[in-house]
Design a protein around this ligand. Sequence first.
Ligand SMILES: Nc1nc2c(ncn2[C@@H]2O[C@H](COP(=O)(O)OP(=O)(O)OP(=O)(O)O)[C@@H](O)[C@H]2O)c(=O)[nH]1
Ligand SMILES: [Mg+2]
Length: 453
Amino acid sequence: MSERNGRRRERNPAEETHRGGFGELGGASGGLIERTFRERIVLVGVTVPPAHEDDAERSLDELSQLVDTAGADEAARVVQRRTAIVPATFIGKGKAEELRELAEDVDADTVVFDNELTPAQQFNLEKLLGRSALDRTAVILDIFAQNAHSQEGKAQVELAQLRYRLPRLRGRGGTLSQQGGGIGTRGPGETQLEVDRRRLVRRIHKLEADLRDIAKHRDTQRKAQRRSRLRTAAIVGYTNAGKSTLLNRLTDAGVLVEDRLFATLDATTRRRDLPGGEPVLVTDTVGFVKKLPHQLVEAFKSTLEVVADADLLVHVVDASTPEPDEHIEAVRLVLAEIGAADVPELVAFNKIDLAAEAAARYLNTHPGSVAFSARTGEGIDELLRAVGDRLRALTSVVELHVPFDRGDVLASVHREGEVLVEQAEPDGMRLRARLDAAATTRLRAFVVGTAGA
Ligand SMILES: Nc1nc2c(ncn2[C@@H]2O[C@H](COP(=O)(O)OP(=O)(O)OP(=O)(O)O)[C@@H](O)[C@H]2O)c(=O)[nH]1
Ligand SMILES: [Mg+2]
């Protein structure tokens, strides 16, 4: 390999390959942060009809932002239109040769493809390009690795990384495997292959078991929460939309806010009173992105259960981005993947201080949505009113009659609903309570009338 790699090794002493980052087996913390130089990267977007070149450019803008967040710089970008993908090498051999020359010219260490590469394609491309070939997934995993702080977050990210790496172990060829540093380049040497594979599988099983324990503990907490009858609203949305800023605006959560992708990985829940006085539990959680790696979605499933279990989703959309509808669509795809497609959703356009006109347009094109600024507080009252209205719409007020010997039923009305009036009558208790549809159905034998919403 050329001098370049010699230089890279100098800048990245071998020890560094064991100090966290994408190739680290023992922990998800670290990543590029510890690097003293910024990698130079060539971005490649390949469009296959019906995808459009504009979409590819926009997607590359986002990839560039992802790469920047991971701690590297875009050195050049290439958009290529193809009628079909070459199964073995993804792009054609001629194109790969051009790409190799370009990477030499701009002194790029790594080529990142916006499309997902199979392990074989990645392996073959690295040979053709003479440098690391990565995909968007690897970059996102690297950012997550840098941003994971909690025990659960770290375990989830590491699990996702290992599941991504396992089928790629074979793909590290000769000299390349000696390279140090760089997103995705740090990996075990080939002589160690089988040992490494076994270690990886063992570690995956250990992480899965650890995560099950953590999830079990949280389940107990959540059951207690459910018994508290409080309604829950989960803030969801594209990364950097302003979800954490909103939670901070609504409560004194003090969650980290940054103009950075995936600043939040853990879920934070706080209580907030709505304008009508009724309390609601609001949760802020990890943001989504286009082509969010399925390994991550899978690994974060238990964190994201809070979303699937919520009574209402507050879908925060950054009104100042060029194509918010694409973000909305990407978020909904992930919501479907985590089993939250049926949870009622309130679309809330944020950052109206930056994009008042655009937001006004989106309010028209998205009936039932609201617009606000988490930064200035404008529109927050309407947002809260809308949350209250939506939550109330999920329930109805019913009249119940419960015989005295059915203390269990009485208890469950109190547990599952909000009792508005309770009165003793000669043959039992008469209640007026606000219940959701499921509870109303379960208790239908005791329902004697409805009092409207
Ligand atoms: N101008 C403006 N900026 C905002 C507003 N809300 C949030 N921001 C900024 O947008 C950036 C991202 O905000 P966060 O609250 O961290 O966004 P997030 O959705 O939690 O992002 P991740 O956790 O990274 O997915 C920060 O720089 C915020 O200051 C707003 O209403 N107006
Ligand atoms: Mg956040």
